[in-house]
Ligand binder design. Structure first.
Ligand SMILES: Cc1cc2nc3c(=O)[nH]c(=O)nc-3n(C[C@H](O)[C@H](O)[C@H](O)COP(=O)(O)O)c2cc1C
Length: 287
């Protein structure tokens, strides 16, 4: 039996994120998955120290926070559904705080590569006009922890529990969870992306460049922007390279081997020079 983990990123309980996440988990259960629930705000997380012990020593240097609990659950769960409230135009800070630690997956990339892992996200905000980063940054969390994003839901309601006033929210969450469970069994396709979304991660955030080119801000897929007959923009991705997009299992392993791991030797080769430059710059620093 497959396992679907629900991760709630709201400190309000039960808040709107939790209500919809629990509905999604019900749906996943109906789809045949074993479900688990975890509230990130019940755990304490420290910021990433940038030491790369996860890459070079296979273990995070921070020993006493919630990451190990989360990581164990993530490593064993086939499916992941993350729900978060929007604060300041995007998911609450704990989402980024924890996503920054996802390099801790590095020692497990080979093991995870052969597994089917499907994820989905629920972004809850007070107002649809003020949530431009919600789904995108939640999807980044799911991708960074090694899952393919197969669906997402946006819901809008300010007060705790207020999402329940719209039955579409409950129906949508239940269906989202069911689809994650079915996708894990190969019985449901991914949600079809709209023309203005990145086809790999559903992002609507792009960096524009010359010649009508653009790069997806979440999975770094490159492509071009075209304007269709109806005036709506469409993102036409370039054909994928041999390793897929930035978060594909093969690309990740290559990125680790070709870029992250060699940064140490490149740094060590010039360490004396860097030390001298630093010493000069530090003169006169205060505080
Ligand atoms: C500090 C704070 C910042 C917020 N910022 C936004 C925002 O930028 N955009 C928005 O649409 N809603 C914003 N909201 C509203 C919440 O996203 C909304 O109340 C949501 O339902 C909370 O979900 P929860 O009940 O799961 O915590 C904010 C709420 C708080 C408390």
């Amino acid at each position: 039996m497959t396992t679907v983990l629900g991760v709630c990123c709201s400190a309000r309980h039960p808040g709107n994120s939790e209500v919809l996440l629990r509905e999604a988990l019900k749906g996943a259960g109906e789809g045949g998955a074993d479900v688990k629930f975890l509230r990130l705000t019940d755990l304490r997380f420290e910021p990433c120290r940038g030491c790369l012990a996860c890459v070079y020593k296979g273990k995070c240097a921070i020993k006493n926070d919630g990451l190990q609990t989360l990581l164990e659950k993530i490593l064993s769960a086939d499916g992941l559904i993350v729900a978060a409230p929007t604060y300041l135009l995007g998911p609450a800070g704990v989402v980024k705080l924890v996503a920054d630690r996802a390099l801790n997956l590095a020692p497990h990339l080979e093991t995870l590569a052969g597994r089917t892992r499907a994820g989905a996200t629920i972004s809850v905000a007070g107002n649809a006009l003020w949530n431009p980063l919600g789904v995108e940054l939640l999807n980044l969390f799911v991708l960074a922890f090694g899952y393919e994003v197969i669906d997402y839901l946006e819901a809008y309601a300010p007060g705790p529990g207020e999402v329940l006033l719209n039955p579409e929210n409950v129906r949508g969450a239940r269906e989202l969870g069911r689809r994650v469970a079915l996708a894990l069994q190969g019985r449901a396709p991914r949600r079809s992306p709209a023309p203005d979304q990145c086809p790999h991660c559903y992002s609507r955030l792009f960096r524009f460049a010359e010649g009508g080119r653009a790069t997806c801000a979440v999975c770094l897929t490159t492509g071009k922007v075209e304007h269709r007959g109806d005036g709506r923009p469409a993102f036409i991705p370039d054909p994928p390279g041999p390793h897929g997009h930035f978060w594909s299992p093969a690309y990740r392993r290559k990125h680790l081997a070709d870029w992250i791991i060699p940064t140490r030797d490149r740094y060590l080769a010039r360490r004396a020079e860097i030390k001298e430059l630093l010493a000069r710059h530090r003169e006169g620093w205060r505080g």
